[in-house]
Design a protein around this ligand. Structure first.
Ligand SMILES: [Zn+2]
Length: 288
């Protein structure tokens, strides 16, 4: 059987797209306002009623037309109280988002011109936001697979066995043509795997995995109301050297692992367990 190699590509948003969309701090602030207050700021907390707002000259804020009470779209975000310009923040986010997380704080320093200390702080804050723990995959076709990072294997290759305690298991879920969730788990037990599946996969989805028995519970999973979640589960028989059987394959998630492992090898060199969750973080876009 011929195996089609699947290499995921990020949906392209080029540097030129970025420069056009976010030419200056004002454009970034407008964007932030639209994200936080879709359709504009319409309510004044002081007047306690709907009011029109206007941009305050010289400050990153908007004010009530009637009483002048100011509101900043940066309040309560990582940008609040930062002396770094909003556009520099946006540029750092663009760099991290467009390079599959494979960019270091050092590179952010070089690209944006901030000090290393500032770059490191921005890097960590952006990274912490990228790990959206509650992301729900919107697509109805999901591939699930686990892999292992770090440490040395005590017993040869294949799935780690007892004694391979330094290996960190990670489960990854890819919505074909869409987002990826990757989570560090305690162990590759049916309980751990099904917890993650229930959390991130929309009821009624089709789930593709390999033949690992811990996934078999997927098709009988129930929601908190006791009703079936209606997952359809298909397994590809890798042991029988079958890699693609019609729609049944795990090529998207396999491609994701190879990108992540290359990224970790190239940029982070080695990773301690507590950082791994944030490194595998970004709900990250692939093409089917
Ligand atoms: Zn007001």
């Amino acid at each position: 059987m011929k195996v089609k190699q699947h290499i995921p590509n990020p949906l392209r948003f080029t540097l030129q797209d970025f420069a056009k969309r976010f030419p200056n701090n004002n454009a970034c602030l407008e964007h932030l306002k639209e994200k936080r207050f879709p359709g504009g700021i319409t309510y004044c907390a002081k007047c306690k009623q709907e009011r029109k707002h206007h941009r305050v000259t010289g400050r990153p804020a908007y004010a009530c037309d009637y009483c002048g009470k100011m509101i900043s779209p940066m309040a309560g975000t990582i940008f609040e109280k930062s002396s770094t310009s909003l556009r520099t923040w946006f540029y750092a986010m663009y760099l991290m988002g467009s390079t599959r997380c494979g960019i270091s704080a050092k590179q952010i320093q070089r690209e944006t011109g901030v000090t290393y200390k500032t770059a490191w702080r921005m890097f960590n804050q952006i990274r912490s936001l990228l790990s959206d723990g509650d992301l729900q995959l919107e697509g109805a076709t999901v591939e699930v697979d686990e892999t292992y990072f770090g440490g040395k294997r005590k017993y040869g290759t294949g799935r780690p066995m007892r004694g391979d305690k330094t290996k960190i298991p990670i489960v990854g879920l890819v919505q074909r043509g869409g987002k990826v969730v990757a989570r560090v788990i305690q162990g590759v037990t049916a309980d751990e795997l099904t917890f993650v599946i229930k959390k991130h996969v929309v009821p009624g989805s089709v789930i593709y995995t390999d033949e690992y028995p811990s996934y078999e519970r997927s098709k009988t999973l129930k929601g908190s109301d006791g009703k079936s979640l209606g997952y359809k589960h298909y397994q590809i028989r890798h042991k029988a050297r079958v890699y693609v059987d019609g729609d049944i394959h795990t090529n998207s998630i396999d491609g994701f692992w190879s990108v992540i492992k290359r990224g970790i090898g190239g940029v982070y060199h080695s990773v301690s367990p507590e950082y791994l969750q944030t490194l595998t973080c970004p709900p990250f876009l692939v093409q089917s």
